[in-house]
Ligand binder design. Structure first.
Ligand SMILES: [Zn+2]
Length: 261
């Protein structure tokens, strides 16, 4: 946690930390945590560090995704964490994969979702204003049907969240889905959720153009080296993604021993 604390202490000298829904200005950082089960333990520690430094962060929690929903022990841990955030005035929102949600709820959706080559040739990414669209040659994925299913899934999910936690989610961060293609500059988790038809569901989505055009994205997923050198943050504004579990354990210790701390 010392490395994390050091990062925040240095960044705090130059940047203001904001929430995604704030009206952001320059020199701003959106500090974001994606919380899967394995992240919960370190997340409590990170909250403590942030509180002591007076830094705003948003915790996106993977509560009740279809793959885990039948595991009561898992869900209990998520619920406890979300309630902890609410009781301690920490911004908390969902971290879900709307696409796998839709596929779980409708088995009639196309099974060819894994055919990357076919998707590449038939769905060409086309940005229009702040949103993504696709120029479609053969619509074998039935994208309108998929979009409707996603909207239905998110609407139900958000209602459930509201009943359980007493507030309707303002925003969400998209969890990468193993079963969905990661085609760079093509159809992928992020571009699919950037379509205009989802704009009314949340006031923000983590990687939308509205956010990513203004905030340089930096993530600890591949141990982005800059996270160990906070003095290298030269741009005006950043979105920083933290997976708390990444900040301890064998791999992390190895990096620290190499002098990156
Ligand atoms: Zn995730």
């Amino acid at each position: 946690m010392q490395t994390y604390q050091n990062l925040l202490e240095v960044l705090k000298k130059k940047f203001n930390f904001s929430y995604f829904h704030d009206n952001n200005k320059n020199n701003e950082i959106l500090l974001r945590h994606d919380i899967h089960l394995q992240d919960i333990k370190n997340a409590y520690k990170m909250i403590k560090v942030e509180k002591e430094l007076g830094i705003k962060a948003t915790y996106f929690v993977q509560y009740n995704i279809p793959q885990e929903s039948s595991n009561v022990t898992y869900q209990q841990k998520y619920i406890e964490f979300i309630n902890y955030c609410i009781n301690n005035n920490i911004e908390v929102q969902p971290h879900i994969s709307p696409i796998s949600g839709a596929f779980h709820s409708d088995s009639s959706l196309s099974k060819e979702i894994k055919d990357i080559e076919k998707i590449k040739t038939n769905y060409v990414l086309n940005r229009v204003g702040n949103y993504d669209e696709f120029i479609i040659i053969d619509d074998f994925l039935e994208i309108d049907k998929l979009n409707k299913k996603i909207i239905e899934y998110l609407t139900n999910y958000n209602k459930e969240w509201e009943e359980k936690f007493g507030f309707y989610p303002k925003g969400m961060s998209v969890h990468g889905d193993m079963n969905f293609p990661k085609i760079v500059d093509g159809l992928n988790n992020k571009t699919l959720m950037n379509q205009k038809c989802f704009a009314d569901i949340y006031s923000y989505i983590d990687r939308s153009h509205i956010i990513s055009d203004r905030f340089n994205y930096i993530s600890d997923t591949q141990y982005n080296i800059n996270l160990f050198y906070p003095e290298k943050f030269k741009e005006n504004s950043y979105q920083i993604l933290i997976h708390p579990a990444q900040w301890s354990g064998v791999k992390f210790k190895k990096l620290q021993n190499m002098g990156l701390h």
